[in-house]
Design a protein around this ligand. Structure first.
Ligand SMILES: C[S@@+](CC[C@H](N)C(=O)[O-])C[C@H]1O[C@@H](n2cnc3c(N)ncnc32)[C@H](O)[C@@H]1O
Length: 310
């Protein structure tokens, strides 16, 4: 069967899972869609869309899934459903997760829709790998996930550290509605409290650990974002002219909301240059992630206090 989503695009071809994925890969490449919301390339994205649309399992590494279903026949009705999904992905440019209503981070499933960004924070892998556990201890009881959005980091923190209480805070009621779905999905109502707050305004703490993936994209990068990122809430991404608007407020307010041995783990994406221009004397530790050594930093309450009083 050959089903074309638009007169301007090649048709999706195939009557098996494998051939639909191969054809879908070509279609996504030809359409020039952007990746970065759970996949990094056309093949993985095509596999995700085909498997999800056909109701086939997605919860193992994609390669294993595909090997076992590669030659499985797909009915003409199934082919049409897959073609419609690819057409939607290409014409709307929405990230796949907004179409499937699900994203995965560290092997954990999260509900997503357009009210919150698609989970992809690098802090997730640091939590999963225990990369800043040496800074934690029995004193770590109250954890704040500031800018919680979809609550993915709050959920991963609660799962990683069974003894802690987590608060997920966000300024946006729509994002908090998505957060609520994810807290309920993982049955963490007793461990995670959700709170609306502009920065730390309604979050007196004191906190033993603050994790934060804030809006940090600078204005010129915002202007160049692919449509897939424009499908996400601007409030979640835009950080002002140098990306530091939210971060400047946060670093000045944070020590008054932290316990003596507390730390702040902060994602800043590609904005290290702007960060160092804003805080040249602040001693921070850069935490290595799959995206490199300068996208997430750790700063102690002590260092922040000294910096503010100098
Ligand atoms: C980059 S998203 C992070 C979402 C989630 N933590 C994640 O990593 O997927 C940033 C979040 O910050 C929220 N936000 C923006 N300005 C804020 C503010 N002044 N106070 C609190 N939250 C804010 C946005 O609504 C958005 O949900």
């Amino acid at each position: 069967m050959s089903t074309s989503p638009s007169p301007h695009l090649p048709a999706l071809q195939g009557d098996t899972v494998g051939s639909l994925i191969a054809s879908g890969t070509q279609l996504l490449q030809a359409a020039g869609v952007a990746f970065g919301h759970g996949t990094t390339n056309a093949f993985d994205e095509a596999a995700w869309l085909v498997l999800w649309r056909l109701g086939l399992p997605l919860d193992a590494p994609l390669g294993d899934d595909i090997d076992s279903v590669q030659n499985q026949a797909v009915t003409p009705a199934g082919q049409a459903l897959v073609a419609t999904l690819f057409a939607e992905r290409i014409t709307t440019r929405k990230p796949a997760a907004y179409l499937t209503r699900e994203a995965w981070l560290q092997g954990v499933s999260f509900y997503v829709d357009e009210r919150a960004i698609v989970p992809r924070s690098l802090i997730a892998e640091l939590i999963g790998n225990g990369d800043f556990d040496d800074w934690l201890g029995e004193h770590t009881q109250q954890v704040l996930d500031l800018c919680t959005g979809n609550a993915s980091l709050a959920v991963l923190a609660a799962l990683a550290w069974p003894e802690v209480q987590v608060t997920g805070a966000d300024i946006c009621p729509d994002a908090l509605a998505v957060a609520r779905i994810n807290v309920d999905r993982h049955h963490l109502q007793e461990r995670i409290t959700l709170q609306q707050s502009d920065g730390l305004d309604h979050l007196p703490g004191p906190w033993d650990l603050i994790i934060c993936n804030p809006p940090y994209v600078n204005a010129s990068s915002m202007a160049a974002l692919p449509d897939e990122y424009r499908a996400e809430p601007v409030l979640a991404l835009a950080g002002g002219s140098d990306g530091m608007n939210f971060i400047r407020h946060l670093l000045h307010a944070a020590p008054a909301h932290m316990t003596e041995n507390a730390i702040l783990v902060l994602e800043i994406g590609n904005e290290r240059e702007f960060f160092e221009a804003s805080f040249p004397q602040l001693p921070v530790f850069w935490l290595e992630t799959s995206a490199g050594e300068d996208q997430v930093l750790l700063v102690t309450c002590d260092a922040l206090s000294r910096f503010l009083s100098s």
